[in-house]
Design a protein. Structure first.
Length: 117
């Protein structure tokens, strides 16, 4: 099983980034996909989730209207489009796969996002 995140980097406040998470080694369409983030000294925070079919998604309140999660089940990839980035969005962003109706889940290695002028 592999979840490989990419797309992180340094961006100015107000800018945009698109994160990608390429999945392999499991049946992608059987998993809810999520993005979490973590800053040093704090626990991981849920950013957004998308159902296994892509038909529904949910967001943390502070990300609503700025972030969009999507998935391409043909490419086994989940995305996180982040717009209007703020310095407080600086964190390591992790991809998570959780099997539907199960506690089985997998994590990626994380990708650093830094928002600074």
């Amino acid at each position: 099983v592999q979840l490989v995140e990419s797309g992180g980097g340094l961006v100015q406040p107000g800018g945009s980034l698109r994160l990608s998470c390429a999945a392999s080694g499991f049946t992608f369409t059987a998993y809810v996909m999520s993005w979490y983030r973590q800053v040093p000294g704090k626990g991981r925070e849920l950013v957004a989730s998308i159902s296994n079919t892509g038909g529904s998604s949910n967001y943390a309140d502070s990300m609503k209207g700025r972030f969009t999660i999507s998935r391409d089940n043909a490419k086994n990839t989940v995305y996180l489009q982040m717009n209007s980035l703020k310095p407080e969005d600086t964190a390591v962003y992790y991809c998570n796969a959780r099997r539907v109706a199960s506690s089985l889940n997998y994590w990626g290695q994380g990708t650093q996002v830094a928002v600074s002028s």
